[in-house]
Write a protein that binds this ligand. Structure first.
Ligand SMILES: [Mn+2]
Length: 328
C-alpha cells in the first residue's frame, strides 16, 4: 500500500466478525467493493482470527480480502498454527497420523471452526494454504508485532535459516518434533513463556484448573524471585513468590528491553480497561470471544505506547445474537 501514514493493530478476533466490522468502521475503514479500506492507514492483525466465535468463516474472508487488497497484514496466532497442524497429515515414517493429534481436547478447541467449514471443503483447503503462508512476525522501522512474545535469538536464527518471516512445509513438519529449534520457536512466539512451579507445587487458578506451570513475564531484565516474573494466570502463593530463582530457572526467561521498539502482542485473554503492559509493550487481546472487548491500537510511529490510543468495541451483543453465519 502506498502512503501508509499509520497502522491499526487489532487483537484476537476469534470469529467475532460483526464486532470486527464495527471496530473497523470506528477506526475509519469503509467497505469499498466489498473490502474494508482506509485512505491512508493499514490494519495489522495479531493472529487468532479463528475458533470459538459465531462468525469464523466470515472473519477469515474479511481479513484475507483486506490482506489481498493490501489494506491489512496478519501474523499467525497459535490457533491458526494448531488448525494447520491438526489438518496436516504426518509424513510416512513419522509415526504421526496428523501433526496435531485428533484428541477430544484438540477437537474441542477447533469445533466451531471445523463446523463452519463442514460444507465448504475447498474453502477450507484454500484458507489452510493461506494460513501456512502467514508471517510469524512483522518488524517495521519503529515497532514490532508477533502473537505472544518476541524471542530475539530464535527469531534471528529463523530469519537466517529460513530467509524471512514465513514458515515452509519442511519447517511445519519439524516444528512438531520436541527438542527442535523450530518447535521451540513456535512455542515461544505463539504461546509465550512459562515455567514449572518449584518443588512440584500445584496451584489452583481462579478458573478452577490445577496448574503446575505459570506464565512468566517475557520482558523483565533482572529478576531475583519467582514473584518478580509471574505474569499469569494468578499471583503465586506468598511462599513461592519469595523463593529465589535458580540459575537454571533464569535460562528459561526472555528479556525485552525498555529501550527497544514498541512491541504489540495478542494472546493473553486480558480484561479490564486496555492499557500498556510496559511503556513499550502492549497486549491487544481483551478476550473478545469471552464477552470482552475487541481492541485496536492506533499506531503513528510513537516511540512509547500511548494509553490514550486504544480503541475498542464490546463484543457482548454479537455473542448474544449469533445468527448470521449460516449464509451459504
Ligand atoms: Mn487468542
Amino acid at each position: 500500500m502506498q502512503n501508509v501514514k499509520g497502522f491499526d493493530l487489532i487483537g484476537d478476533v476469534h470469529g467475532c466478525a460483526a464486532s470486527l466490522a464495527l471496530l473497523l468502521e470506528r477506526l475509519g475503514y469503509r467497505l469499498q467493493r466489498g473490502i474494508y479500506r482506509h485512505p491512508d492507514r493499514q490494519a495489522l492483525f495479531v493472529g487468532d482470527i479463528i475458533d470459538r466465535g459465531p462468525r469464523i468463516r466470515e472473519s477469515l474472508h474479511l481479513v484475507r480480502d483486506m490482506v489481498e487488497a493490501d489494506s491489512a497484514q496478519v501474523v499467525m496466532g497459535n490457533h491458526e498454527y494448531n488448525f494447520l497442524c491438526y489438518s496436516t497429515p504426518g509424513r510416512p515414517g513419522s509415526g504421526l497420523e496428523y501433526l496435531r493429534s485428533h484428541t477430544p481436547r484438540h477437537h474441542r478447541v477447533l469445533k466451531e471452526t471445523l463446523e463452519a467449514f463442514e460444507r465448504h471443503p475447498q474453502e477450507l483447503h484454500d484458507f489452510l494454504v493461506w494460513i501456512r503462508d502467514m508471517p510469524i512476525f512483522l518488524e517495521f522501522e519503529h515497532f514490532r508485532m508477533i502473537h505472544a512474545c518476541w524471542p530475539h535469538a530464535l527469531l534471528e536464527r529463523f530469519s537466517r535459516e529460513y530467509g524471512g518471516n514465513r514458515i515452509s512445509e519442511a519447517f511445519l513438519h519439524r516444528s512438531v518434533e520436541p527438542g527442535r529449534f523450530e518447535c521451540e520457536l513456535m512455542d515461544r512466539a505463539l504461546r509465550g513463556t512459562q515455567m514449572k512451579l518449584p518443588d512440584g507445587a500445584v496451584i489452583t487458578s481462579k478458573d478452577g484448573y490445577q496448574r503446575r506451570y505459570f506464565r512468566t513475564k517475557f520482558w523483565v531484565e533482572s529478576a531475583k524471585y519467582y514473584g518478580d516474573i509471574v505474569f499469569q494466570p494468578d499471583p503465586l502463593p506468598e511462599s513461592i513468590a519469595r523463593m529465589k530463582l535458580t540459575a537454571q530457572d533464569r535460562t528459561q526467561l526472555l528479556h525485552y528491553g525498555e529501550d527497544e521498539k514498541p512491541l504489540f502482542v495478542g494472546h493473553y485473554w486480558r480484561d479490564g480497561e486496555p492499557a500498556p503492559i510496559t511503556p513499550n509493550i502492549a497486549c491487544i487481546d481483551y478476550s473478545a470471544v469471552k464477552f470482552g472487548k475487541l481492541v485496536a491500537y492506533r499506531y503513528d510511529h510513537e516511540p512509547r505506547i500511548d494509553p490514550a490510543k486504544f480503541v475498542w468495541v464490546d463484543v457482548g451483543r454479537e455473542l448474544r445474537e449469533p445468527t448470521e453465519d449460516k449464509s451459504q
